[in-house]
Ligand binder design. Sequence first.
Ligand code: COA
Length: 374
Amino acid sequence: MSDDIKKGLLGIVVDETTISQVMPDINSLTYRGYAVQDLCEKCCFEEVAYLILNKELPNKTKLKKFKKELENNRNITINLREIVKHMPKKAHPMDVARTVVSVMGLEDKDTSNNSPQANMRKAIRIFAKTPTAMAAFFRSRKGKNVISPKKGLGFSENFFYMCFGEIPSKEIIKAFDISLILYAEHSFNVSTFTARTITSSLSDIHSAITGAIGSLKGPLHGGANEAVMHMMNKIKKPENALKWINNTLDKKEVVMGFGHRVYKKGDSRVPTMEKYFKKVSKIKNDKKFLKIYETVKNVMIERKDIHPNVDFPTGPTYHLMGFETDFFTPIFVLSRITGWSAHIMEQHAANKLIRPLSKYSGEKHRKVMLLNQR
Ligand code: COA
């Protein structure tokens, strides 16, 4: 392949952004200039969502107003609820997520208005309503009644309430919040770039987020947290982990939840998520996955110098919290809607149609022969 082709856009800087900075050399990630670990330590998920969307952290009054706005926008239409209830029970929840955002685009009164104000209104609505629609599917596919959002609950509490009908301990909610903060934004990853590419034709936010969800679904991107759990289930017990990982590496197979296009010395989000994975394992009194995690991680680093990415600890953490495996990537969606929305608004503010070139390597120029001459 010729040198001027940058397959996978490897190493190409395509635009500027003020939303987040991934710094692989110093193993750091910042949102709007704040280290993500600092945000995890001192903020709830709603504060970080506000920061990503509005460029600044909220004060008490602004946070209260933002939370109220989310609460007021959580209800989905009867139409959407019925559509969700009638979706095939075997449908993958990521396909459901993609479809519900698309349906919201049919229902939103601002769909064709791409002004900054309308885009912010739509971003808030998508952010507030998607958990409600996904929780409805979480329950309806099991033949359970759909639970409406409840006023007075935070983002994470409300999501647990709508899925399980109850709210877990503060520690579990904190661990879930942390995972959402870590998943919220990550510069020009493939789903964000998809959202920006769709936006660059001056399309609307619902279309861009629908496309981004399709992109996130793949196992090389967000789908990795689900793939990690399948891998852990295949390993079954800690005693099998060493043999399994060595065999897998001998066969030169890809190990899900490891490696990253940008981070080559470790993912800056992993130490924080690992800490909360350990806490949740302790609370649930189930260390099986933690033991598998440690063995696989040690061998991967020792043999390949390839480090875990954030999907490795989030997968088993969500499992311990009671979510079904195919719901892990939709949880990622609920959070990343903030990052995608900020990028969509940034793209609109300084747009240039995204249209790369390709090098043609097909047949040389040839003449069309008439049907009876071929
Ligand atoms: N397991 C085993 N080997 C891996 C690996 C993994 N998870 N990730 C990378 N490698 C190996 C590759 O096989 C390659 O080896 P080679 O040079 O002998 O061919 C080398 O490391 C470089 O990998 P490459 O595929 O060029 O890196 P990339 O930047 O294109 O890929 C990912 C990045 C994320 C696509 C890749 O690491 C991967 O597939 N990971 C698993 C899926 C995953 O967890 N995705 C979530 C990312 S946040």
